[in-house]
Design a protein around this ligand. Structure first.
Ligand code: GRF
Length: 220
């Protein structure tokens, strides 16, 4: 059983997926505290609905990111958090948080890192013309979206996609892989070797491949 502290800034659909998986007994974790840096976001409603303790710690009023993170760390430690989960948390975290929770901060990013780090990724993917997109759960380091990768899911990008339709397709996979990554952590199955994270005790995924657009010439 791992004690989670979930940091949010918005709607919290990833938070909801984690809550649902815990309640369904699929995820061996307990959410000790949900912290939002933005007041009145929907993620806080979700916390209330499921009777999970929550807090708002606004970043406004802090001149230095480090001082803000110190407050966050204090709250996480007060709730005996073992793993920090960034679920749509729109703040860059500092060494203050990372030193307090070394290799114990996970983030979800809506792209196949290291491609399309940063924000506004869906439009960037459509504009670039990539044929596959996806999402990544990774441990957080001091860079932006650069930490060791735990799990990724790939989805196709279609010719008629917009940022919105692509976002929706990716988000569905986010809701699965975040919980899977947390469960692997809870089971002690993640082995970190440099920047590689090995998931112990898994059979290899089949050498299946996706090709988009699909190949026709061999079916003729
Ligand atoms: C997701 O796309 C996630 O990848 C990104 O922010 C979005 C948060 O969505 N980090 P939600 O708040 O979990 O609904």
């Amino acid at each position: 059983m791992v004690n989670l502290g979930v940091l949010v800034s918005g709607s919290g659909s990833n938070l909801q997926a984690i809550i649902d998986n815990i309640e369904a007994g699929r995820l061996d974790a307990r959410i000790r505290i949900i912290i939002s840096n933005v007041p009145d976001v929907f993620a806080l409603e979700r916390a209330k609905k499921h009777s999970i303790p929550s807090l708002v710690i606004s970043h406004k009023g802090y001149k230095r990111r480090e001082d803000f993170d110190k407050k966050i760390v204090e709250a996480l430690q007060a709730h005996e958090v073992g793993l920090v989960v960034l679920a749509g948390y729109m703040r860059v975290v500092t060494a203050v948080l990372l030193r307090a929770f070394p290799m114990r901060v996970m983030n979800i990013h809506p792209a196949l890192l290291p491609s399309f780090a940063g924000t506004h990724v869906w439009q960037a993917e459509v504009d670039y013309g990539v044929k596959f997109a996806g999402c990544t759960v990774h441990f957080v380091d001091e860079g932006t979206d650069t930490g060791p990768i735990i799990i990724q899911a790939a989805v196709p990008v279609y010719d008629d996609d917009t940022a919105e339709t692509l976002n929706a397709r990716i988000l569905k996979q986010e809701h699965k892989i975040f919980s899977q990554a947390i469960q692997l952590y809870a089971e002690g199955r993640l082995e970190i070797q440099g920047r590689r994270v090995l998931a112990k005790g898994f059979p290899k995924v089949p050498d299946a491949f996706m090709i988009n657009p699909p190949i026709e010439i061999f079916d003729r």
